[in-house]
Design a protein around this ligand. Sequence first.
Ligand code: ATR
Length: 271
Amino acid sequence: MIDAQTKLYSVIGNPVNHSLSPIMHNAAFKRMGLNAAYLAFEVEHLEEAIRGIRGLGIQGVSVILPFKTQVIPFLDEVEAVAEKIKAVNTIQNKGGRLIGHNTDWRGATEALEEEVDLKGKKVLLLGAGGAARAIGFGLKEKGSQVIISNRSPDKAHELAKDLEFVNQPLSSIREPNFDIIINATSVGMVPHDDESPLPKKFLREGMLVMDIVYQPLKTKLLQEAEEQGCRTIDGLEMLALQGAAQLEIWTGRRPEINQIKEDLRKALHRK
Ligand code: ATR
């Protein structure tokens, strides 16, 4: 029950009405027996929102589009990894000091590591936006060999330079002998769920294919990957694992990950 001791957490972004984070975190707080609540705030003026976090003592905040990079100058401290990625998706209010973290990279690498050891693996990473930056950083940490491919080549070039990876357009990849293919673009998301970011000929039996898109859960890419005999990881895995890492930062406790996945799956089916 919400009372005078309830601690408040939130997500800030614009838009936020599609976010699954309130469902995920409120369910987790309840199961963890914590007197806490989590609300979504659609923010117009970021600086004022950050003042609100300080002024009201909001304990922890998830940051989503379009603020993940813009938020950095308003924080008191940014953890080294988030600084390198140039994106913060989690704010921790530590006794009035706002500390920025990035749990997207952990969510992605943990989802992949449930299936494979990433060291030395050949990876094709599609995209060069915020999500691709976080995933690319995780792959770098784990010692994978990565080719980055993006619609806008200049962004692929910049990310590849930052991470010392190779960038190459899909059209010039002759031999698609990858161990892992990751879609870190928004291609395939509803209402464009009849699209795939990758021609089918890239998919080979035994490859591991991960998609960050979770609406729908089985994207066209994952459907085609299954048909070709690939192993697949859907977008819910990264979402759940990055959320679990947020809860761990805020509460010091690791939540039950399978329960979080189940809550999210149910929430997606209700949509
Ligand atoms: P996020 O932070 O979620 O990664 P983003 O920074 O807007 O969001 O990045 C979106 C990614 O999806 C980019 O790599 C984008 O490619 P561009 O850099 O060329 O914009 C990619 N993307 C989005 N729509 C696409 C489309 N229709 N075809 C190919 N790539 C697309």
